[in-house]
Design a protein around this ligand. Structure first.
Ligand SMILES: *[C@@H]1O[C@H](CO)[C@@H](O)[C@H](O)[C@H]1NC(C)=O
Ligand SMILES: *[C@@H]1O[C@H](CO)[C@@H](O)[C@H](O)[C@H]1NC(C)=O
Ligand SMILES: *[C@@H]1O[C@H](CO)[C@@H](O)[C@H](O)[C@H]1NC(C)=O
Ligand SMILES: *[C@@H]1O[C@H](CO)[C@@H](O)[C@H](O)[C@H]1NC(C)=O
Ligand SMILES: *[C@@H]1O[C@H](CO)[C@@H](O)[C@H](O)[C@H]1NC(C)=O
Ligand SMILES: *[C@@H]1O[C@H](CO)[C@@H](O)[C@H](O)[C@H]1NC(C)=O
Length: 377
């Protein structure tokens, strides 16, 4: 009997070690046409002709072996960065061209091969110039039963927000880096996207909890997100699960991820459908052209027979928004912040574009923080 149970133990141990999977993908990055905002068709970068790009779901401890073929033609190089992953021991898989790897030339490929020991919501994107504004970007979700079991939800819904430009990335760079743009003002987006489209209807059931995993995979502009007349409970930010924090609105800067729970109402309390709203932080834009749709509305639908909800005027009053201050979030691990340092060294970084609009190097294009403070313990 004893012998049997040790064999059993051995088998289960063996099983748990083989449980980590290797996810293999081969994608050919090629051009296709898409019209995600319904106003202009433009070339976007697909995987094997499909766009938007797939959501990759893996478990903690799994490995990714993703071969990216550069089928973009011409003299266009590419690469892939997995945003938020530390790449401990696999730095050469991090993706920024000219930093950890040579660009992948047209007709060639590169295999990104690494193991993921983090958890939560991430994304992947081209790290060759500003190429991800051409659509080479998608979500990566790392599940972990142990941490996810601390919360309860019925359905999980990935969701991306982004700004959207009608000009290709090559032209955006030229618009910014020119002597006719001496202040280095960033190009203004033509639209915002909700899951790489607009006017989305999310169908929900009564009295269920939905986990929205949200990524702002835009290039430049932060966004607000809220659902009319529903609370959101934040449980993760940037791969760190948090003590649940209730709020009516969240704010996601570019690159940021947040997971929020939304519990739907009881049938007796529902007489209409609701708006899902996202808005640009228009204070980041040098000019707000009158035709730019700063606030966009999508739909949370309890019952298809109810009419489309009318957006309220207050959705458009961004100055009155009160998003959660994410400094209020506490990690579920209860890890405390580091104590005050004994010595502080402040390094002031100055973004100098030499007054001719060309001093910015493409690699500095998206730097927004002028001051970095180092503290040494
Ligand atoms: C994409 O195309 C590549 C190259 O032709 C092929 O090896 C791969 O299996 C395709 N992947 C998918 C998901 O279709
Ligand atoms: C979204 O709806 C608006 C208003 O009905 C319409 O003008 C626009 O083309 C739609 N966009 C997409 C991408 O479906
Ligand atoms: C990738 O796509 C390009 C453009 O369509 C094509 O020329 C190339 O043969 C493809 N590569 C592979 C390995 O399928
Ligand atoms: C990925 O890395 C693992 C571990 O180093 C190695 O065994 C495997 O052969 C690699 N795969 C590829 C396609 O290079
Ligand atoms: C966004 O797209 C993904 C992939 O197609 C899909 O699974 C998800 O349900 C969509 N999210 C929303 C809010 O529609
Ligand atoms: C963190 O603190 C809360 C109370 O503030 C407690 O309920 C919880 O068990 C703690 N979690 C861990 C992992 O220690």
């Amino acid at each position: 009997m004893l012998r049997f149970s040790s064999v059993f133990l051995l088998i289960s141990l063996l099983f748990s070690t083989v449980a980590a999977k290797t996810h293999k993908f081969v994608y050919n990055a090629t051009w296709t046409l898409a019209n995600p905002d319904g106003t202009k068709e433009r070339p976007v970068i697909s995987f094997n002709g499909s766009w938007p790009l797939p959501v990759i779901n893996i478990n903690k401890g799994d490995s990714i072996e993703l071969t990216l073929i550069n089928g973009l033609g011409g003299d266009i190089s590419t690469s892939l960065h997995f945003h938020g992953l530390f790449q401990e021991g696999s730095n050469h898989m991090d993706g920024p061209v000219g930093v950890t790897q040579c660009p992948i030339p047209p007709g060639q490929s590169f295999t990104y091969n690494f193991t993921v020991n983090q958890v939560g919501t991430y994304w992947y994107h081209s790290h060759s110039g500003s190429q991800y504004s051409d659509g080479l970007r998608g979500m990566l979700i790392v599940h972990d039963e142990e941490i996810e079991s601390k919360y309860e939800w019925d359905h999980e819904i990935p969701l991306t927000l982004s700004d959207w430009y009608h000009a290709p990335s090559s032209e955006l760079v030229k618009m910014q880096l020119t002597r006719y743009n001496p202040t280095g003002a960033e190009p203004i987006p033509q639209n915002s996207l909700f899951n790489d489209t607009k006017n989305v209807t999310v169908e929900v059931d009564y009295e269920k909890t939905y986990l929205f995993r949200i990524v702002n995979m835009g290039v430049m502009v932060s966004q607000y997100f809220f659902v009319e007349d529903h609370d959101l409970t934040v449980i993760e930010v940037d791969g760190v699960y948090t003590q649940p924090k209730k709020t009516s609105m969240v704010y996601l800067s570019v690159g940021q991820r947040m997971s929020v729970l939304l519990t739907t109402k009881a049938k007796k309390d529902v007489t209409k459908n609701f708006c899902i709203v996202h808005s640009f932080d228009d204070s980041m834009l040098d000019v707000v052209p009158p035709e730019l749709q700063v606030t966009s509305v999508n739909y949370l639908s309890y019952d298809k027979s109810f009419p489309k909800p009318e957006p309220s005027k207050k959705f458009y009053d961004i100055d009155s928004y009160e998003p959660l201050d994410d400094f209020e979030l506490k990690p579920i691990s209860n890890k405390t912040a580091l104590a005050d340092p004994d010595h502080r060294i402040e390094v002031a970084l100055h973004m100098d574009n030499l007054g001719d609009g060309l001093g910015l190097k493409p690699s500095n294009l998206w730097i927004q923080h002028k001051y970095i403070c180092f503290a040494i313990w």
